[in-house]
Design a protein around this ligand. Structure first.
Ligand SMILES: Nc1ncnc2c1ncn2[C@@H]1O[C@H](COP(=O)(O)OP(=O)(O)OP(=O)(O)O)[C@@H](O)[C@H]1O
Ligand SMILES: [Mg+2]
Length: 255
């Protein structure tokens, strides 16, 4: 049984068809890449999964339950976290605080409960800080943990954003162009961390990525979109030799 099932998903904006009858299944514990030229509908698909856009037609099931009518924070609480095509972090806050905010939906003690049950709030705080430190170790960003995010190199900011998503302890992670804007070394680093997330943390990953080297290296399965439609799916070797895919990318010089 697939962890995430997308069924006949269609999304339109006025006359623009961003997604057309997309169906795909994402297997638990795998890295599933979604690729396609600019404007193919990749980010729109993420916005539908995370509840930001409401599809015109179709359904999305997460662990066999429809999430179509849920709000973004409810979908996050079910265990779906994401990173963004353009980094979305609190630039003026330090790394630790950004990661703590990633755990926000797990804070149980509000201002009143902490007044009466301050012992519990304190225990929770300690637990959250411990988890955040574990993620900081995992992503090897100890040295910058107290640095203000906006002052860090771009590649490290992207890693912090991955950390913020991991701080939610998701079951499914949506990455939107995790290597964009990175140099070769930063790209190799993040690819290794993405593999570690899959293998050590056992989190399912959907990865939108333009760097075909990374996709072919680490994806277990690939879905290809073009102009809002699914044009192919398969293993990296299937996709590399698929004529429809090659045609869609002609002129893009990416494959
Ligand atoms: N909020 C919106 N309003 C109107 N049109 C939109 C909106 N969001 C996306 N679109 C349109 O939907 C189509 C798909 O866009 P989307 O951002 O999903 O593509 P993408 O595959 O992520 O592209 P890229 O590789 O450039 O990030 C485009 O034609 C885009 O202009
Ligand atoms: Mg996009």
């Amino acid at each position: 049984m697939d962890q995430l099932e997308i069924k006949n998903l269609t999304l339109t904006f006025g006359g623009i068809v961003a997604l057309q009858q997309i169906s795909m299944g994402v297997r638990r514990g795998k890295i599933h890449a979604v690729i396609g030229p600019n404007g193919a509908g990749k980010t729109s698909l993420y916005n539908c999964i995370s509840g930001v856009y409401k599809p015109t037609e179709g359904d999305i099931l997460f662990e066999e339950e429809s999430i179509l009518n849920k709000k973004p924070h409810q979908i996050a609480s079910l265990g779906i976290a994401r990173t963004f095509q353009n980094i979305e972090l609190f630039r003026h806050m330090n790394v630790i605080d950004n990661l703590l905010l990633g755990r926000h939906h797990q804070f149980h003690s509000g201002p009143f409960s902490s007044l009466f049950f301050w012992g519990r709030a304190l225990r929770e705080e300690v637990k959250h800080r411990k988890k955040v430190e574990e993620i900081i170790d995992f992503l090897e960003i100890e040295k910058v943990r107290k640095k203000v995010v906006g002052t860090l190199p771009y590649g490290i900011q992207k890693r912090v954003e991955l950390g913020r998503a991991l701080a939610m302890e998701p079951k499914l992670l949506l990455l939107d162009e995790p290597t964009s804007g990175m140099n070769v070394e930063e790209t190799e680093d993040i690819a290794r961390f993405i593999l570690d997330v899959k293998e050590e943390l056992e989190i399912t990953i959907i990865m939108v990525e333009h760097d075909m080297g990374i996709v072919m290296d680490i994806a277990d399965w690939i879905t290809v979109l073009n102009f809002g439609s699914k044009i192919a799916e398969g293993t990296p070797s299937d996709i590399q030799s698929n004529s429809k895919v090659i045609e869609a990318y002609l002129g893009e010089e990416r494959l």
